[in-house]
Design a protein around this ligand. Sequence first.
Ligand code: ADP
Ligand code: MG
Ligand code: ZN
Length: 475
Amino acid sequence: MNYDVVIGLEVHAELKTNTKCFCSCKNESGNEPNTNCCPVCVGLPGALPVLNKFAVEQTIRAGLALGFEINKTAIFERKNYFYPDLSKAYQISQLVKPICINGSLRVGEKDIPINRIHLEEDAGKLVHANDGSTLVDYNRGGVPLIELVTEALQEPHIETADEAIEFLEKLRQVYIYAGVADCLIEKGQMRADVNVSLKPKGSKEFGTKVEMKNIMGFKSVHRAIQYEIERQRDILDDGGKIEQETRKWDDDKGISFTLRTKENSQDYRYFPDPDLLAVEIDDSIIENVKNTMPMLPQELKNKYMQEYGLSEYDADVLLQFKHVSDFYNDCLSGYNQPKTVCNWLTTEIMARIKTETGAGPILISKQNLIWLMKNVDDKKINRLSAKEVLSQIWGTDLNAEEEAKRQNLIIDIDTSALDGIVKQVVENNANVVSQFKETGDSKILNFLVGQVMKETRGKANAGDVMAKIKDIVNS
Ligand code: ADP
Ligand code: MG
Ligand code: ZN
């Protein structure tokens, strides 16, 4: 049978703030376990939460970046459940009045509707030790987290694993550019729950969904979705029924297994947190966030294409990593050649920073790169020599100009000397030259240019050399 696939995403991202959501403990990872904790974030009786205003502003910023409406009044509720990483046995979250409602994100040709973004606190972390014991680290407990929930039960919605990944990648980019979250996947700063259901093709009624929680990494999300689609298809094809449940994706084994049959929101006994007032969000707060919104990926993309004449492909490559896009803009402020700078960044620089999971830092200063680009354009150094200098100074504090001079790479050969060398090379390679005359083969020409460049030790301009050789051969 043919089926429609329906996918809903719940995406958690840790906000970038100095302090936690309801106390003044540091929001910082990588510290000694249980050192960023206080009575509030571990939930000692009688400790009172105080809402972090900046966390609310960051949530509003995330919402505005995705075209959400901002609720005038937002409410914090307690979501009650017990788990060892949650020492107070409830999580402060939002159910009925989240901060942001009704947004959307473009995926392919579809505007995927998004139900909400709410602000909540993260839980601590269980650490499974080698001896079989389990330890708990509450440093992450109370860190502000935004949860975004897509709208799957209306058109359009996400229908394939590829669309889900595109959604997540775009969302991540928006969060990073807006400055609300770093979204480092490997640090668990962005995590997705995936909901999948199937229904007979064209049917109006939606099928029973299965949820897979806390999948780390987009590749795993893709695999988990594909696995789940196949699993449900097999069951339905055999005339079986889908159980509503939460499953755990095991990325090593490439399978999922039942974690629990699904709880619903009543099980959490949500109620307004009596320790926290409703949050009034007035227009001045929203205006202030709007006025301090950094340039978002789509805006930058339009600028790169329309103002700078870059191709869509190049614009996407530059925008894939914010530090690359930032560096691009920095370089332009010193050397206003959008296409040249783009070429260097999308080839030489990208090749050096790209890693399996993302991109590392750019280990050359803007001044040095500009010197290389400009002097290639001004024919003061050959492209090949410039790339060599780039390799040599990458990751060091060497200076491009000094290095080029030290290695004698500056093009400064005088015309008569160059003419002499060209003439000599043509004479020494009479056979090759006559072959070139017959065939016009550019490989032969390049060989001759190479010979001259070798004689000049790279100190002539390759384009000039080529022209001179052609002149002699054709005369
Ligand atoms: P729950 O209370 O079980 O967490 P929600 O209503 O919060 O369920 O929905 C969680 C996510 O699942 C949302 O993205 C929602 O759009 C999506 N969803 C809801 N029903 C379905 C379904 N039948 N198939 C696929 N996704 C669904
Ligand atoms: Mg939910
Ligand atoms: Zn604290």
